[in-house]
Every structure is written in C-alpha cells, then in structure tokens.
Design a protein around this ligand. Structure first.
Ligand SMILES: [Zn+2]
Ligand SMILES: [Zn+2]
Length: 363
C-alpha cells in the first residue's frame, strides 16, 4: 500500500510502497478514506521533535474497517471509524480514573519488539507508525483501542478532523477547562485546534470569545465559527487589547499554537483568578516563563491539555452528533482537499500559514 514516509529529520515525506502485516489478536486494519494535515507532524519533519525512523506520518484519519483480529469484538469489517492517538490500555491507574488520554501503559497497545513489525519496507526494514497510527497511508493497522466507531451518515473527510484537531480544541474547553456559560474566553491561534476551541466556547455558552491570530483570513473564519471579537497580534498588542475589551483579562485563555511567546501572552491575558490552558504542541525542550508572584497572589492557574483530555470513544461520537445536528461547523474548517502525492505541498502551505485545514483524499 502507498504511504507517506519520513526517512530523515529534517525532511520531506516520500510516497513509498509499504507492506502491512495481518491484524494481530487485538488489532484492526482500517482502509483510510481521509486524513487531515495536523501541525504536529510538521514538528518532526522540521526537526523540533525526534521520532524513530523511517516512519509513516499522519494521525488524523477516518476510514472503514477492513479486517479485525480474533479478540476484537468492538468493531467489525465495514464499520466506519475514526482513529485517535490517545490509545488506551484500559487497566492502568490513569485509564481507571477517567484519564485514558494520558494512559501510562502504552507498551500494552504496541507490538512487542520481538514480534513482526506492523509495517515494513519491501526489503524487510521495519517502518514505525507516527503516534502508533501512521495515518498518511492507504491502510492503517492499529490496536483496537485506537479506533472509535461512528454513525455511517457522517462524511469521513469531516470525521477525520475529529481524529485530532477538533477533539483537542473542543475537549480543551469542555473537558480540561470545563468553562462556565457566560465566561470570557481568549483563544490564541486560529488553525484547526484554535478554531475548534472557538467553537467549543460557542457551544458551551461562553460570553465574549476573542480569537487571536496573525492572519486576517483565519480571523475571518474564526468569526464565522463563533468568535465575538478578533485580534490581529501582528498589528496590535494582543494582551493589552484583550485586557481592554474585558476590563482586566479573560476567565479562560487557550494557547493553541505551541509557542513560548503566545503561551506567555495567554497567561498575561488571563484575569485575576483566571485559567490558562496550554493546548499547542511546543518544540521539545522549550520552556515558558511566567511571573511567580502571579501564580500564588492572583491565584492564576496554568493547566495543560493533552488531546483535549479525551475519552475519545465517548467524546467523538458526541462531536459527530454535534456536526450532524448543525452545532459543530466542520465544512467551514476544510480549506483544501489534496491527494497523497501532494502532501509536501500541503505542509508547505501550512508553513506559510495558508488555509485552515487540508484533507488528503484517498482514491
Ligand atoms: Zn494532531
Ligand atoms: Zn492505561
């Protein structure tokens, strides 16, 4: 099967023919129909993070179950599924206390080193799967705890977005921060995650929703999706603008880019007693600096959010319902459809901050 492989860091993706093993007892083979381009992959291609190589990249996919292992009862061939990188073991302390998104026993959902690899090159060289998924491929062989079945009427290109960016943004608002109706919200970044956080704030009944970005076209999309106000951080001091709009800062600030500077701005834009949620993926080893006295004296809170604190088997079908009943706007978030062969162009557009979400269509 065809897949987009990262062979060196830094490096572009190369379209190669990759062999897929048969499903093991707990594995599911998915025929991929669509895959979204998420910024996280770019961190590895651009050498901000390391990963075992070679690797099939991609982690925001939806498709149809082709085959299942003998111990899989959750899905059957023909089911439509979304994959999620928050693969859970189901038995560690975090999984058992409602936090499967930070499962601490990921070895349980991978093949053992002495087993045949799931993917390999024609010469037998093992190929890693990015985020244990490897979604830029015609087929994905994943642990059954990495898929969720969805309603068949859900279009799979829009379902793919729920696989990472949408769940991360909505979940940061609904599940990590659990914002109150009427509360004020600032969202830094109007890419796939930021636009989803804006929508989460709208759906959860936030009061003022301020979207911050440096691209006017993205801010325009944010307005259509629910932002009540927009701030172009290239043109004005975003923190000062937010403080002025809200009379001192927001109840909740969400950082959805992954930059030190915007993390610190989000913190500064949250009010006395406010909460800052760090959602964006920062370059590995990056540190953020916040004034120590504000932490205790102002009772400000800094909270991390990994993949929207998801329990994705519960959350994603709800997000599908929200799309199908019209509350979650996904059509507006897709700015381009491309083929797998065009994937490097898609990432080049992302580097140049063009478009909101690009989706790969597999024929
Ligand atoms: Zn992602
Ligand atoms: Zn676990």
């Amino acid at each position: 099967m065809k897949a987009a492989v990262l062979n060196q860091i830094p490096g572009d993706l190369e379209i190669e023919d990759i062999s897929v093993d048969k499903p093991g007892p707990n594995e599911v083979l998915v025929q991929v129909v669509n895959a979204g381009l998420c910024h996280s992959d770019l961190h590895f291609m651009d050498a901000h993070w390391k990963h075992p190589l070679p690797a099939v990249m991609g982690h925001e996919s939806a498709g149809v179950v082709q085959a299942v292992g003998r111990d899989v009862s959750y899905v059957s061939p023909g089911d439509n599924v979304i994959t999620c990188l928050s693969i859970f073991c189901g038995s560690c302390a975090n999984c058992l206390t409602g936090r499967p998104n930070i499962c601490s026993n990921l070895a349980a959902v991978a093949r053992r080193p002495d087993e045949k690899p799931r993917l390999s090159k024609p010469d037998g060289q093992p190929v890693d799967q990015f985020a244990r998924l490897g979604g830029f491929a015609e087929e994905m062989l994943v642990h059954q705890n990495g898929v969720v079945a969805i309603r068949p009427e859900m279009p799979l290109d829009r379902a793919a977005l729920i696989g990472c960016g949408v769940t991360t943004g909505l979940g940061a608002v609904f599940k990590t921060a659990r914002i109150e109706p009427g509360s004020t919200v600032a969202v830094f970044g109007a890419g796939g995650i930021g636009l989803s956080a804006v929508q989460g704030a709208r759906i959860a009944g936030a009061g003022r929703i301020i979207s911050v970005d440096v691209t006017d076209e993205k801010l325009e999309v944010a307005r259509r999706l629910g932002a009540t106000d927009t701030v172009n951080g290239d043109e004005v001091d975003a923190v000062a603008a937010i403080k002025e709009m809200t009379g001192g800062g927001v109840d909740y600030a969400f950082e959805c880019i992954g930059l030190k500077s915007t993390c610190e701005q989000a913190w500064a834009a949250s009010k006395l007693g406010g909460t800052t949620v760090i959602v964006g993926m920062m370059p590995y080893g990056e540190k953020i600096e916040i004034p120590g006295y504000e932490v205790f004296m102002m009772e400000k809170r800094l909270q991390g959010s990994m993949m929207g604190s998801n329990s994705f088997r519960v959350d994603m079908p709800r997000f599908v319902d929200m799309y199908l009943d019209g509350r979650l706007m996904l059509d507006e978030m897709i700015s381009a459809h491309i083929t797998l062969e065009q994937i490097n162009d898609g990432y080049e557009q992302m580097r140049r901050r063009v478009g909101t979400r690009t989706v790969v269509d597999f024929a």
